[in-house]
Each structure stands twice: as C-alpha cells, then as structure tokens.
Write a protein that binds this ligand. Sequence first.
Ligand SMILES: *Cc1c(COP(=O)(O)O)cnc(C)c1O
Length: 237
Amino acid sequence: MIRVTENLRKIRDLLAKAAIDAGRGGTPIQLLAVSKKQSLAGIIEAADAGQRDFGENFVQEGLEKIASVSRNDLCWHFIGHLQTNKTRAVAEHFDWVHTVDRLKTAQRLSRQRPAELDKLNICLQVNIDGKPGKSGVDVDEVLELAKQVAQLPRLQLRGLMCLPALTNRFEDQRKPFARLRQLAAALAAEGVATDTLSMGMSGDYQAAILEGATIVRIGTAVFGKRKPVLREGDIDE
Ligand SMILES: *Cc1c(COP(=O)(O)O)cnc(C)c1O
C-alpha cells in the first residue's frame, strides 16, 4: 500500500515546523522527493499531491521515469554520481545537477545543454568530511571551481551540496552542514553569489534546516523503503 500523499503532508508539516524552530518561518524550504528505486505509481501519486521536485541517482533509471511519467510541470534533479560519458543525457533531460565536483563534467554539461532549454542549474558537491576517496570537491578547491563554473554559458551555478557521513547525534549532524553554510558565505565574500544549500536527508534534515538548508533531499520518508541497492547513500552506477 502506498501512503505517499499522507507521508508528503506529514513531511511538509515537519519542514514548516523545523523552519520556524530555526527562526526561518518566512523562508520556504524546498522538498526534493528522492525517487530513486521507487515505483512510478509512487511518483505519480506524489505529483498528484502537488510535489514538483524529484531526485534521481541513476541516469538510465531517471530517463525512463522522466519519459514514463511524462509531465512537463515537474522538475527533475540529478543527485547521483555522474560519469563523464553520461553527461549528455543529463544535460538534455534534467533541470538540476547537484553533484558536479570537477570542471570537466561542468564543461561537458554546458556544451551539451540544448539551446532551447533554460540554463542547467548546478550545485557543486563538496567533500565536507574531507575523507579521501569520497565524492565531492575538496573544501579548499571549491572557490576555484565555483569561479570557473560560474563562467560557463549554459550553466547556472546555484550553490553547494553535501552528503556527510550518517550519524545519530544531532550536534554531530549539524557540524558538516554548518561548514557548508560557511563555505557558501566565503564564496559570496569572493564575489560568487549563490542561493542554494542542498543538504539534509530523511535522517538528518532537521539539523540541516537549522544550519540553513534551502533544499532537503528526502526519499524513504516520502516513498517508504527503496528496492535494495548495493551501498546505501554512496552508490555509483
Ligand atoms: C538516496 C539519497 C537521498 C535520500 O535518502 P533518504 O535517506 O531516503 O532520505 C538524498 N540524497 C542523496 C544524494 C541520495 O543518494
């Protein structure tokens, strides 16, 4: 039984409450419904309940869903690891990419973004934990990459994204999100203005909102448990 409509209503209430608790009553927080490994029926139910933004991690799966759902009032966000040989499909079919972490990927996306579409919205994924081998640009290289991406003609640099290691302690959840917020402020001070902090998932969105998240990416709490994937949260194609 799908209970997506009910879940969405609850999450919207929780987001509104979290925003007020964070002293951000007036600032809407955008809910990105992460639909990877979820059914088409669930996505359609969510869309019928007014949900507009959907996030997908896998190029092929995302393209199939975009085609099958076939509604032009939805906004599709690519939030998975993006291999350079798959940038064209993403540039042609998605509205946002949250996971750009190197110039080469950004250059390809800009070149391949069709002229008749709006600019592709971009967040730079930051390796906020600083763990070697994790996806994301290193903290001390963000400014340089942001300046370069901001120059690309068919991209709109919107902000920063992070996917910190999961932890249950609320105070520990806040730290990486606070660092991402400070990083965005540092970019602004260098003349690279952005308006988006994409951070927080089902397990840690309250901490993310307290630290200034403007988009939270929530999957399980909207759609229920996913079909199994190999390694949750850190999946490659
Ligand atoms: C899967 C995923 C999410 C959503 O995770 P939930 O715990 O189901 O809310 C958010 N962001 C990214 C990058 C993901 O891969």
